[in-house]
Design a protein around this ligand. Structure first.
Ligand SMILES: [Zn+2]
Length: 580
């Protein structure tokens, strides 16, 4: 769809229009992205003559500045609850999560103005835009993206804490993420878009698209997006002059080897929004195309998305409702996924021929793409994923109030939680962490655990008044299960929320415990037998006095039950609880 040209409206509007040219438009070479002060100043100026536009500030980001949400409402209703009551839908668009990929920032500035001045706001959809998400990075302008073709200067990927905010949605280490989650759970969009710039292979397309991986997406939503919404977006973009291809993640060195659909786990924006049954897209413009083309392509994609959402607003609302109801009753949840290399689709791909030549840096062979040799060929598209791990939900999870960050995030995400009225002893299932892998260096501020092995056991556990009970009959079941099950790829356990249970608190002095252990073995024939059996199975144990002493200790009543015990309990039966 063509950009809405603001020029030929009326004299008065022309004056406004002049005043409201974006810094990108004002630049002679269209190779400039607005800085933070220009972005906020632009919207503050735009809001005055336009009652259908309102700006909201959420929280403070890590740089101490609030996150600005731009809301466009044709009916001038800006109360999110009332908007839902009036059966309107909500679209949320995020910009500048990676401030060095700023097309969305500049395209949104033009689009908001054009929609207002052309009086083309949708009737059924309220539009919410985050002006710039990584404010901290946006303020830190430079030239840090060495491979990118403009703009002249731009923000830095890391935020004030040097976090990549597009890995921060589940762990929420940044105030930016907390503000985003507040926005998402307040406005409750049905559709979400996150605007980016790609790196990787060279090819002919300006615009590529990531949609929520279809096997991971709620099946009701996946059916609609894969059959109707995504094909319609591809069609409209082709018509606008910015034909798209799925995001190019090569199987091997170049796209000729086939491309693989991107799996956005919950640490990513669209992985997190997918847990909320929100239809989600990521645009990835190509880094080597001119900046103005990338901005215009992003603009056109947003226009197309708004148009189709407006057309299908009723249907999308119904599908979201159905998806929420389905998830409330869903019993099995996938915790991890892998590409199915046995199955693939094909797509027609417009690339450039690739080859190797001698590097002038190393004298060794290097890859290059020959832009004088464009091609159109059919390539493989590996877009099927299979779950590698699934879990059955319990009736409820019981979370001790001590784990306050979990409670804080659950509250922020509108998870319904109850609290025990009294100290209560419950028979429930708990996990012991048998094994896990941890890298020796941190990733995004954490030592992310993986390959978690568990054993489940039933125990009677004492909880305190005020501890939390979370029933798994909620539309947000995916968020609940995927964060609380320790084997989830982006679970709270994986992100180190529960690491204190991985350390022992007590111990013993060998020379003292020798006499106590001898007494314990004398008084407990079962323990004696257990030790003898283990010695037969394990010759190293049989040879080590220290290991045998430790074996007795770990199997004695003195040994701490909480060591390696995952603190969130799984209630498997629907017993009556005294809760509020
Ligand atoms: Zn990005």
């Amino acid at each position: 769809m063509k950009r809405l040209v603001p020029a030929l409206i009326c004299c008065l509007l022309c004056i406004q229009t002049k005043a409201q040219i974006t810094p990108f438009e004002a630049s002679s070479d269209k190779n400039y992205t607005a800085n933070y002060a220009e972005i906020i100043g632009y919207y503050q100026k735009l809001v005055k003559p336009h009652p259908q536009l309102r700006l909201f500030n959420y929280g403070t980001t890590d740089a101490g500045k609030p996150l600005t949400l731009i809301v466009l409402s044709r009916d001038r209703v800006f109360d999110p609850v009332l908007i839902k009551k009036q059966n309107k839908r909500v679209l949320l668009i995020n910009n500048g999560i990676h401030p060095g990929e700023p097309e969305g920032i500049d395209a949104t500035m033009m689009l908001v103005r054009d929609l207002l001045q052309k009086n083309q706001l949708p009737k059924n959809v309220v539009l919410c835009f985050i002006a710039v998400y990584n404010i901290d990075g946006c303020l830190n302008r430079g030239i840090s993206r060495i491979n990118q073709n403009g703009p002249r200067m731009y923000g830095f990927r890391g935020n004030y804490k040097n976090l990549d905010l597009n890995r921060d949605f589940i762990k929420a280490d940044s105030k930016n993420a907390l503000a985003f989650e507040k926005i998402l759970n307040t406005w409750q969009p049905e559709v979400f878009l996150d605007n980016h710039t790609s790196d990787g292979a060279d090819y002919q397309y300006v615009m590529t698209l990531i949609e929520t991986q279809k096997d991971k997406q709620n099946p009701i939503l996946a059916d609609y997006t894969s059959k109707i919404l995504s094909p319609e977006l591809y069609k409209r973009m082709a018509k606008s002059g910015y034909e798209m291809t799925p995001y190019v993640d090569e199987k091997q060195e170049t796209p000729d080897s086939g491309i693989v659909s991107f799996l956005e786990t919950p640490r990513f924006a669209t992985g997190y929004t997918a847990q909320h049954n929100i239809i989600s897209y990521i645009t990835e413009t190509h880094m080597l195309k001119a900046f103005d083309k990338r901005v215009y392509a992003t603009y056109d994609f947003m226009v197309a998305l708004i148009d189709v959402f407006e057309r299908d607003a009723k249907l999308i609302g119904e599908l979201k409702h159905k998806a929420d109801e389905q998830v409330k009753n869903q019993t099995t949840f996938a915790l991890n996924w892998q590409v199915d290399w046995q199955r693939y689709d094909t797509l027609v791909f417009k690339g450039y021929e690739a080859g190797h030549k001698t590097s002038e840096v190393s004298g060794l062979p290097r890859l290059f793409y020959d832009r004088s040799k464009p091609y159109t060929k059919t390539i493989r598209y590996y877009d099927n994923y299979i779950p590698t791990l699934e879990v059955n939900k319990p009736v409820a999870y019981v979370i001790p109030q001590a784990w306050s960050k979990v409670i804080e995030l659950f509250k922020l995400n509108n998870i319904v939680m109850h609290r025990l009225n009294h100290d209560t002893t419950l028979d429930l299932q708990v996990y012991y962490i048998d094994d896990y892998k941890t890298p020796s260096r941190p990733y995004e501020g954490h030592y992310l655990h993986s390959n978690v092995k568990l054993s489940a056991t039933n125990q009677r556990i004492h909880y305190y008044a005020g501890d939390y009970v979370v029933f798994t009959n909620q539309a947000l079941n995916r968020y609940i299960v995927e964060t609380l099950e320790p084997q989830g790829v982006d679970s709270f356990f994986a992100w180190n929320f529960f690491d204190s249970v991985l350390g022992e608190k007590e111990g013993y002095s060998d020379y003292v415990y020798e006499d106590v252990a001898a007494e314990q073995l004398k008084n407990d024939p079962d323990l004696r037998k257990k030790l003898e059996d283990e010695k037969i199975k394990n010759p190293d144990l049989a040879k080590s006095a220290r290991a045998q002493l430790n074996f007795v200790y770990r199997n004695s009543p003195n040994f701490e039950k909480t060591y390696l015990r995952y603190p969130v309990g799984r209630l498997l039966t629907d017993i009556k609880l005294d809760i509020q």
